[in-house]
Design a binder for this molecule. Structure first.
Ligand code: NAP
Length: 260
């Protein structure tokens, strides 16, 4: 057996555009079997060129069991930076199952000249940061994070999410946009102008796909209530899909054959 034969089975924890690009880059390779795991939060995920499994594993123990049962050699955590639970589970499961782990972590956005960010740690803090005076608010947090805004019904909301917010938010004034990004700065600027937005609420997601609204808010001089990234587990990580591919090539070249 050659050294490169050792890494044959890869599990990608997905739900991001990077996970998709990684699956597309690895999908055609005959030397490895790649599976993508999705939580199943979005009803409309476009098809991927590799096998996909959907749904939770049942915590870190469940994920460790899966890694052993499927004889996974490498686990790639390519989840969203705000998906902290699955990242913590990945770190623990990889350790207990003895599987190599690499995290693909986009660098967080940092404020630039002209940005007017109010950084908050939780969604409840974001709701509070809107203030009492009625404002026109662009919510771009994803449909699973908008419920707490029902506590501030005086505002007029523009809510964008991949899947519909169902049931709708219990507030008198809300407009919904169902769309999948990326959205350009120009598109988001036009949208915010059309809806006369006063402020934007966003997660610090890092990367390019979601940053159009942040650039647009800066250009329009609008404040952004920015949900900070949660603390993620320590461990080997890279920032781009290309770096994951290079890491894998290196790991496959220098892997020790099983049983040696
Ligand atoms: P989370 O809070 O970190 O995870 C909650 C639970 O969902 C996990 O404990 C796990 O269930 C399950 N899970 C999460 N990601 C999974 C995956 N890729 N495959 C299988 N099970 C998964 O996650 P979240 O914030 O709800 O995000 C869910 C998914 O949406 C993630 O995959 C993430 O990449 C994607 N996403 C999240 C955001 C965001 O803002 N949070 C934005 C865009 C995309 P078990 O414990 O039962 O295994």
């Amino acid at each position: 057996m050659t050294g490169s034969a050792r890494i044959t089975r890869i599990l990608i924890l997905g739900g991001t555009s990077e996970a998709r690009r990684l699956a597309e880059a690895l999908g055609g390779r005959a030397d490895i079997a790649v599976t993508v795991s999705l939580a199943g939060r979005t009803a409309s995920a476009p098809p991927l060129p590799v096998p996909v499994r959907i749904g939770g594993f049942g915590g870190a123990d469940g994920l460790a069991d899966y890694l052993r049962a499927e004889r996974i050699d490498v686990l790639i955590d390519a989840t969203h930076p705000h998906a902290a639970v699955i990242s913590a589970n990945a770190a623990e499961a990889a350790r207990t199952a003895g599987v190599r782990l690499l995290a693909l972590r986009r660098p967080a956005w940092v404020p630039q000249t002209g940005d007017r960010w109010v950084e908050v740690a939780t969604i409840d803090e974001a709701v509070e940061a809107l203030g009492q005076a009625p404002a026109r608010v662009f919510l771009t947090l994803g449909r699973n994070a908008v419920r707490p805004f029902a506590a501030a019904p005086q505002h007029i909301y523009l809510i964008r999410s991949v899947d519909p917010v169902d049931p709708p938010l219990a507030v008198p004034h809300a407009t919904y946009i169902t769309a999948r990004g990326p959205f350009s700065e120009a598109e988001d600027r036009t949208l915010m102008e059309r809806h006369r937005i006063d402020l934007v609420v966003a997660k610090n997601s890092g990367g390019e796909a979601a940053r159009g609204k942040i650039d647009a808010a800066r250009a329009l001089g609008l404040p952004v209530i920015m949900l900070k990234q949660p603390v993620l587990p320590e461990g080997p990580s890279v920032e781009t899909v290309e770096e994951v591919l290079a890491w894998l090539d290196h790991a496959m070249t220098f892997a020790t054959p099983r049983g040696v």
